[in-house]
Write a protein that binds this ligand. Structure first.
Ligand SMILES: Cc1cc2nc3c(=O)[nH]c(=O)nc-3n(C[C@H](O)[C@H](O)[C@H](O)COP(=O)(O)OP(=O)(O)OC[C@H]3O[C@@H](n4cnc5c(N)ncnc54)[C@H](O)[C@@H]3O)c2cc1C
Length: 458
């Protein structure tokens, strides 16, 4: 039998066995629903899984892991489908799809939410906002909470309350051997440490308990400056972030303006005292001559909706990331030059600043070890589906800026944006935690069943 035939046989056997036990549906390549379930955020991903298990219960997830293993079919876990590199879609394998498991239960008095493994930031925010509470989610609500959190999780409230991992109280996982376990600070402590930054490498998370915070209203929005002020605004942003209080977090970078040419943006979030709002806005506006200021008090859910509207599903994307200690003049020049030289009007550059609560966690307290102040830069090429040749040009633009930044950057990078080809960055992404993390991977997943992830250093 050829290898292709064997893979098809395995996929058919997996689908048959899953259909016999699962509460949720099973979709095979070629069936009507396949085209719909295979869609993810990045339209450039061309992975074609053989089978989707649309799980509805923890038992469905457990059966998926066990049956895929029994038939030697490679697998992946899928949450919000927002990984740009398409890790959720195992080419030729089984996708353990959690998009039907999105329930969020709120204990408002205890300020804790229990979040199912496929819930998105929007699901969480919609459940907790009516209680005057907020969770550390990513900036874009459509991103899956588990996929986002397991590799660290930078969000608008990170400066106030730490990374998403710093707010995880415990999680239920299906491990590589099919066992269902709970991990927290007192049970399965090593496993708990490992999932606080180790990504999806240790199992499929079916449920998480996360800490909530009293945040009923924030000041947020966007300020745009003309591209001619790129250097001075970025310099001012860097200076402002160097001494920013925990209550002020801010994205910045290059966005397409209304006519497609680049503009500089600041995306502030002030979660401090309302009396100080005017002062914060005035300070931001003084960084240049704004062409647009749209900042207003809003709920956290409103904020996520603003960012959701900026990132369109189904476009083609490619992305690289670096960690930067400071915005030095060389780095600012590199960003300004790259912004002006974009090969697509849709491409953008975003800087997240990490300061405040997350920096006060010890580097070895969680697998996520980057605890010094830094900027995390996303260099994102975006374009409408087109010929492969054109895609190569956009990818080159991303790669060029990343290469210029490499010698100016800190070692490593945010694992959620790295791919298995980023060997050098992966080698340093976990700092001194790499050895313990890799040993735990060998303990909990010795056969590397969960390999459709950003790999850990070997
Ligand atoms: C538009 C956009 C905005 C983003 N904004 C931010 C941001 O503000 N801050 C930030 O930190 N990151 C951000 N990211 C990155 C994002 O956190 C990662 O891409 C994350 O992996 C997406 O999770 P997902 O569940 O949506 O992805 P999916 O594509 O569904 O899954 C990606 C991988 O995550 C793992 N995974 C997902 N769910 C589970 C689970 N239940 N159990 C085990 N493993 C699981 C698996 O390895 C899976 O293959 C953004 C990405 C995009 C595309």
């Amino acid at each position: 039998m050829t290898t292709i035939n064997m893979a098809t046989q395995s996929a058919l056997a997996v689908a048959r066995d899953l259909r016999a036990v699962m509460q949720g549906k099973v979709v095979l390549a070629g069936e009507n629903a396949y085209h719909h379930v295979q869609r993810i955020w990045n339209g450039a991903v061309d992975h074609r899984p053989a089978v989707f298990a649309l799980c509805e219960t923890v038992a469905d997830v457990q059966a998926s892991v066990r049956i895929a293993r029994a038939h030697n079919l490679p697998l992946s876990a899928r949450g919000g489908g927002h990984d740009w590199a398409g890790r959720a879609l195992r080419h030729g394998g089984l996708v353990i799809d959690l998009t039907c498991m999105r329930h969020v239960e709120v204990d408002a008095a205890a300020k804790i939410a229990t979040v199912a493994g496929g819930a998105t930031g929007t699901d969480v925010s919609a459940a907790v906002t009516p209680h005057g509470l907020a969770a550390v989610t990513g900036n874009v609500g459509a991103v899956g909470m588990a996929g986002f959190l397991l590799a660290g999780g930078y969000g608008p409230l990170t400066t106030r309350f730490g990374l998403a991992v710093d707010n995880l109280l415990g999680a239920e996982l299906v491990l590589a051997d099919g066992r269902i376990v709970w991990a927290d600070a007192s049970q399965n402590r090593d496993l708990f440490w490992a999932i606080l930054g180790g990504g999806g490498n240790f199992g499929v998370v079916t449920s998480m308990r996360i800490r909530l915070h009293p945040v009923s209203e924030i000041l947020a929005g966007i300020i745009l400056f003309p591209w001619s002020e790129a250097r001075s605004v970025l310099r001012g942003y860097g200076e402002m972030m160097a001494s920013a209080p925990d209550e002020l977090s801010m994205l910045a970078g290059a966005l397409p303006g209304p006519d497609g040419s680049p503009v500089i943006f600041l995306g502030p979030i002030w979660s401090g005292r309302p009396e100080e709002r005017e002062r914060v806005i005035a300070r931001l506006q003084s960084l240049g001559a704004p062409i647009l200021t749209q900042i207003a008090p809003m709920t956290y859910s409103n904020l996520l909706a603003i960012y959701d509207a900026q990132v369109i599903n189904g476009r083609h994307y490619t992305l690289q990331t670096r960690w930067l200690a400071d915005l030095t003049p060389e780095i600012i020049s590199a960003i300004a030059e790259a912004g002006a030289a974009r090969t697509s009007n849709l491409s953008f550059i975003a800087l997240h600043h990490f300061h405040g609560a997350g920096t006060r966690v010890a580097p070895d307290a969680t697998a996520f070890g980057m605890r010094r102040k830094h900027f995390m830069i996303e260099i994102v090429a975006a374009w409408e589906p087109s010929s492969k040749d054109e895609a190569a040009v956009h990818r080159q633009w991303v790669s060029d800026l990343s290469s210029v930044l490499a010698p100016l950057a800190l070692p490593g990078g945010y694992a959620n944006f790295l791919t298995r080809d980023d060997h050098e960055q992966i080698g340093s992404a976990y700092g001194n935690n790499a050895r313990r993390l890799s040993a735990l991977k060998r303990q909990f997943d010795p056969d590397n069943i969960f390999s459709s992830t950003t790999p850990l250093p070997v």
